[in-house]
Design a binder for this molecule. Structure first.
Ligand SMILES: Nc1nc2c(ncn2[C@@H]2O[C@H](COP(=O)(O)OP(=O)(O)O)[C@@H](O)[C@H]2O)c(=O)[nH]1
Ligand SMILES: [Mg+2]
Length: 246
């Protein structure tokens, strides 16, 4: 999307939040493909001191290109906290729409214009694997099972109005992000996706919209999601639900 296109669609400044932990093999291609799809977007890399040097690579990109910004979180780990920090930075910097996507190219940057357009009429746009047109062609069976089970669990627990509540490919309108009580969120890790979705269904006025995506498994680097993260996420969401009842 060019400046004139984003102005024409009324989207205003677009930020893409890219959480990274050990994504040195993917960072350059991810940023290049985001910039090809959305030349005017600011790419915000949120790195948690990746041992593989992702943070330094991101700094080198930022030095050459003002459209790349790096947020280094020191002494902290966790996808949820990284996303919270990145989204808040995007809002504070004047973003009108803040996208979030994985840095491992599982999410096709070519879809960004569709997200920005859909965010004109929704608080939150979810890139969904579970609506017609959504696919995940090469994900391992155990990951599909985990994802499907997680979605059934959280949809019942929080009565969420979406099929894919755990997707990491999203576009948030900054006005709804401004209402989120980030300091009250309890998710350091993956359960952040569900917790913030829940708050948006409560505090937003435009609703949540799903658009289909094709999710491809990463070709390079390794996933940080494992049994420990899955169990920690599920227990955390039970705690959050109970705390909300009180
Ligand atoms: N900053 C930060 N990013 C993370 C952390 N854990 C995962 N990520 C990033 O979040 C995205 C999704 O993680 P990934 O390991 O691919 O999970 P999967 O897609 O569920 O297998 C990737 O861009 C990761 O680099 C973390 O603790 N901190
Ligand atoms: Mg991934």
């Amino acid at each position: 999307m060019t400046a004139s296109q984003s102005e024409a669609s009324g989207s205003g400044p677009v930020w893409v939040v890219l959480p990274t932990f050990n994504e040195a093999l993917n960072l350059h291609e991810a940023v290049a493909r985001i910039q090809a799809a959305a030349p005017d977007a600011t790419v915000l890399v949120v790195d948690d001191e990746s041992p593989d040097g992702t943070g330094g690579l991101a700094d080198a990109l930022a030095k050459q290109d003002p459209r790349v910004v790096v947020l280094h979180r020191r002494g902290e780990r966790g996808l949820g906290r990284a996303l919270a920090a990145g989204l808040q930075r995007a809002v504070a910097s004047g973003a009108s729409v803040a996208l979030a996507m994985d840095c491992d190219l599982s999410h096709d940057p070519g879809d960004i214009p569709r997200f920005v357009l859909a965010a004109q009429s929704a608080d939150l746009v979810l890139g969904s694997r579970y609506i017609p047109g959504g696919h995940m062609p090469n994900w391992a069976f155990h990951r599909k099972l985990l994802s499907a089970a997680a979605n059934v669990f959280v949809r019942i627990l929080f009565m969420l109005p979406a099929r894919d509540c755990t997707t990491g490919y999203r576009a948030y309108r900054s006005d709804v992000l401004g209402k989120i009580p980030f300091d009250r969120l309890n998710s350091a890790g993956y359960s952040f996706q569900v917790e913030i979705l829940f708050w948006i269904t409560r505090l937003g006025s435009r609703g949540v919209r799903e658009i289909p995506i094709t999710f491809v498994d990463r070709a390079k680097g390794t996933s940080k999601m494992g049994p420990r993260e899955a169990i920690a996420g599920a227990l955390n969401l039970l705690r959050v639900r109970l705390a909300l009842l009180r």
